[in-house]
Design a protein around this ligand. Structure first.
Ligand code: ADP
Length: 344
């Protein structure tokens, strides 16, 4: 693939150079023709002036030699002009090659970056798929090798494999969602009441809130609406609230608020959890990035939640950002610009 990029850069460089050189040649030829015409016209005017004043030279030889000198000067000027234009075009060839190479690299850079990201994504996805599969395989092999297998052993194997299968299903669902949205699948937009949405998220997560004894508070004015795909917006906020609950120790606090800023609505999901190191914050929305874990740790997911959230935000022209302090907590902010504040 790298070779393909290099050859694309060379091809594009040659194409750009050819275009720039063609422009320069057309300009040079036109300039040369106009200049030659000027020089000839000048010479003819001088000749006519001399012929109109026969007393200007003492004898005919002087006149002939004067005209001969002028003609020579004219030929030299033409040669000089030609030489300079050739030199200018050679310099142009050198300069335009460098410029073309730079332009070609810049043109192909986004494609190269997208390709690199895609390769990284494929490698990460394969790794994540292999890990649970390898662990399932190892467990099955160990059990098959043992001489005496009890019913309890089978049950343990099946429940462990089932857990891995759940994880794999979750992973493939997340990958599918990302891929479908990358493809630009059109989702149907409508007006979403944020208050109603947060209430339903709270209901979905009520068991976790209760289990962890989290103090959950949601303050959303009743008339706050955003335009978007209801399922996708719910998914985005669900990811943020789920993370807040996941990374907040029991008896901690999670607050969801919404406020108006001009025509925008700013939704904040704040927790009093473990926080994220400053050096890791810039990567938090990258696919498969996990701030605090070795791969496969049971507490963490696959590092795809925030990537999906950010993709959904982008789809809705909303801005998503994060601020965090280790040991104090994290606040995710989503700024929606497609909003309305109707009463109902
Ligand atoms: P995961 O499924 O691993 O939670 P996410 O993409 O949702 O993946 O989050 C990426 C990483 O960001 C997490 O692994 C975690 O380290 C960090 N993170 C996300 N939300 C929070 C939060 N509210 N508090 C602390 N860390 C968080």
């Amino acid at each position: 693939m790298r070779q393909l990029f290099n050859s694309a850069i060379i091809k594009l460089t040659l194409a750009y150079t050819a275009i720039l050189l063609l422009v320069s040649l057309i300009f040079s030829i036109s300039f040369y023709q106009v200049s030659i015409r000027e020089l000839d016209a000048n010479f003819n005017a001088q000749t006519q002036r001399i012929e109109g004043r026969p007393g200007l030279f003492q004898n005919i030889e002087d006149r002939v030699s004067f005209l001969h000198e002028r003609r020579q000067e004219l030929a030299e000027s033409k040669d000089k002009l030609w030489g300079r234009l050739v030199l200018v075009n050679l310099l142009m060839l050198f300069g335009s090659s460098l410029l073309s190479y730079y332009l070609a690299k810049r043109t192909l850079q986004p494609i190269e970056q997208a390709h690199d990201a895609q390769s990284r994504f494929t490698a990460d996805a394969s790794h994540e798929l292999r890990t649970p599969l390898a662990s399932m395989r190892a467990e099955i092999e160990v059990l098959l090798r043992s001489k005496k297998i009890s019913k309890a052993d089978y049950q343990q194997l099946l429940s462990s494999n089932l857990e891995e299968l759940h994880k794999l299903t979750g992973l493939s669902d997340a990958l599918l969602k990302l891929a479908r949205r990358d493809e630009g699948v059109q989702e149907s937009f409508s007006s979403i009441n944020l208050g109603v949405l947060i209430t339903s998220i709270k209901k979905t997560l009520s068991a976790t809130i209760k289990d962890k004894k989290i103090h959950f508070d949601a303050k959303i004015p009743k008339n706050y609406h955003v335009s978007g795909d209801p399922q996708a917006v719910k998914e985005m906020l669900l990811i943020l609230v789920e993370n807040a609950l996941k990374y907040t120790p029991s008896k901690g606090k999670v607050n969801v608020t919404a406020r108006k800023r001009g025509r925008n609505i700013v939704v904040e999901v704040a927790d009093t959890g473990i926080g994220i190191e400053a050096s890791k914050l810039p990567h938090i929305f990258e696919r498969f990035y996990r701030a605090d874990s070795s791969r496969g740790s049971s507490k963490n997911g696959y590092g795809l939640g925030l990537a999906i959230a950010s993709q959904i935000a982008q789809m809705h022209e909303a801005q998503i950002s994060v601020a965090s302090k280790v040991g104090k907590g994290t606040t995710f902010k989503v700024v929606f610009c497609k909003t309305s504040f109707k009463k109902k």
